[in-house]
Design a protein around this ligand. Structure first.
Ligand code: AP5
Length: 206
């Protein structure tokens, strides 16, 4: 199965991708995580990506497409993939058609007013990468799963979130129509509890 998760920042793509990729036995490939690793390792890609990410803007298509093309050529993608955060522009979607076209697209839909709270309250574990909302943490700095420190992403500041949402509506939302026209789009109401969203995604793929 070759699957894409589409949706605005904070829709729950990363949260749901972990369980869905395990269920489908395909690798979860998050371009945001790949860029954050590159930033932490101070690679040339990371240095270039950081200034776009901190500004809430998209990294240039040529950089992202080259990175994804290389990743999809690795052996663990032989039976498919779950792409989270790619494609994000029509140019990226067109490039993916030539690399390895998706079988289905899951569009996780959540109203903007809910996304703001989700993103300002998001905390991520430095060790296991688990993602939580601060309201659900007994200790605001400790991962409930592995006990390591959780942190707030640099791009989860209110002014950057506003920019990310604007960029989503301008550059990425057109992909909903793009994949609908190809008959590959599955719309999922993401404004429900985690378990219900998970079940709805799997049901839409049957
Ligand atoms: P990326 O990391 O991909 O960020 P994003 O798309 O903005 O998505 P997020 O990770 O913010 O949200 P999510 O949908 O995964 O939500 P999550 O599950 O964490 O990209 C970051 C940056 O990298 C971009 O801005 C850009 O600069 C660059 N980039 C990446 N890919 C690129 C590309 N293809 N082209 C160009 N540039 C690129 O959940 C969020 C919160 O909500 C959490 O607290 C979670 O606990 C909570 N939550 C989740 N589901 C629910 C629910 N059902 N109910 C209540 N709370 C929930």
């Amino acid at each position: 199965m070759k699957l894409i998760f589409l949706g605005p920042p904070g829709a729950g793509k990363g949260t749901q991708a972990a369980g869905v990729s395990a269920n489908l036995r395909v690798p979860h490939i998050s371009t945001g995580d790949m860029f954050r690793n590159a930033v932490n390792n101070k690679t040339p890609t990371g240095v270039e990506a950081k200034r776009y990410m901190d500004a809430g803007q998209l990294v240039p298509d040529s950089v992202v497409i080259a990175m994804v093309k290389e990743r999809l050529s690795e052996p663990d993608c032989a039976n498919g993939y779950l792409l989270d955060g790619f494609p994000r522009t029509v140019e990226q979607a067109e490039a993916l058609e030539g690399i390895s076209a998706p079988d289905a697209v899951i569009d996780i839909e959540v109203p903007d007013e809910r996304l703001f709270d989700r993103l300002t309250g998001r905390r991520v574990c430095k060790a296991c990468r688990g993602t939580y909302h601060i309201s659900k943490l007994a200790n605001e700095t400790v991962c409930p799963v592995c006990g390591n420190e959780v942190y707030q992403r640099d791009d989860d500041k209110p002014e950057t979130i506003t920019k990310r949402l604007q960029v989503y509506h301008e550059a990425t939302a057109p992909l909903i129509g793009y994949y609908e026209a190809k008959g590959k789009l599955n719309r999922i109401d993401g404004d429900r509890n985690l378990e219900d969203v998970f079940k709805a995604i799997l049901a839409s793929l049957e």
